[in-house]
Design a protein around this ligand. Sequence first.
Ligand code: SAM
Length: 288
Amino acid sequence: MELTDISVVRSLMEKHGLRFQKKFGQNFLINRSVPERIAEASGAGGEDGVLEIGPGIGTLTKELCKRAKKVVSLEIDEGLIPVLGETLGEYDNFKVICEDVMKADLELIVKTEFAGCERVRVAANLPYYITTPVIMRLLESGIKFESLTFLIQKEVADRLCAAPGTPEYGSVTVAVDYYCDREKKFNVPPGCFMPAPKVTSTVITLFPRKIRKYAPKDEKMFFKTVAGAFGMRRKTLVNALSAAFAVPKETVARSLEECGTDPGVRGERLSTSDFVALSDALGNNIEK
Ligand code: SAM
C-alpha cells in the first residue's frame, strides 16, 4: 500500500469513518520521498529504538520500521489506531500507544519499550499546535536520546537555530542551545502535505550533548533569568530582570557589571554563556 498516494489516504480515511482533525494538527505527508528522507535524516538503523510522535496513518512510521530495531509511536487520535493496524500490520517491530505525548510517562515508555535497544532516537512530523512544548518536554525529560529529528514549521526551525541579536532569537533558542547541537536538514513545501498548511516546513535534527557545554550553578535560576529577560522584550535587561525577580535595579545592575555586560543591553543580545554568567551572578547577589 502506497501511503503517500492521495487516493489511498482518502480511501483509508473514508473506510474508517475519519476526517482530518485540525485540532490535532493532522497534516499527513503525501510526497513519496519526504518520509524516506526524514527517516534517513533521523539516523535510525541497526539496534536503534525510535520513539515517534503522531504516526497518523503510518507514512513516516513505515520508513522508520524498515530501518530501526523497534518503533513505538504515540498517537492521541484513537480513530487512527485501527488504520495503523491495517497499514503497518506486516511490521512486528512496531507498537502504537494511544496517548497524548504531553501527558504520557515518557521515561517509563522508553525504559520498558526500548530495553533491548542500543540507542533511542526520536522522529516526528510534529503537529504544529504544540511543536515547542513537545520539544521542550522531550529535552527536559532527562531521557538520554541520541538524536531528535522533527519536521516543523520553517519559522520555528529558524527560531531554534537563531544567533543572538537576530529577530528570531528568543528564550526557546537559548533553552534548546542549553541542551543540544542543531542541524537543519531540508525544507518541505506545503504541497507535500494533505491538507496543505499555509507555510513551508523544515526538517531539523537536535543532538543532545553527551558532555554538558553549559553549567550554571542553579539550573532553575538560569531558566528564570532567560524567561525574565525575554518576557518583557521591550525593556532593558535591568528593568526586565528587576521585575522578574522582584529585586532592586541596583542588584541586577551590579550582577551585569560583574559579568562585564552593558546594563543598557536587551536580553536578545546575550548568548547562552552570557545568560549562565548572569544567572550565577544574580544568584550570588540575590542571596546576599
Ligand atoms: N506522521 C504522520 C505523517 O507524517 O503523515 C502524521 C503527522 S501529523 C502532522 C501529526 C500527528 O500527531 C497526527 O497523527 C495527530 O493526530 C498526532 N497528534 C496530535 N497531537 C498529539 C498529541 N498531543 N500526542 C500524540 N499525538 C498527537
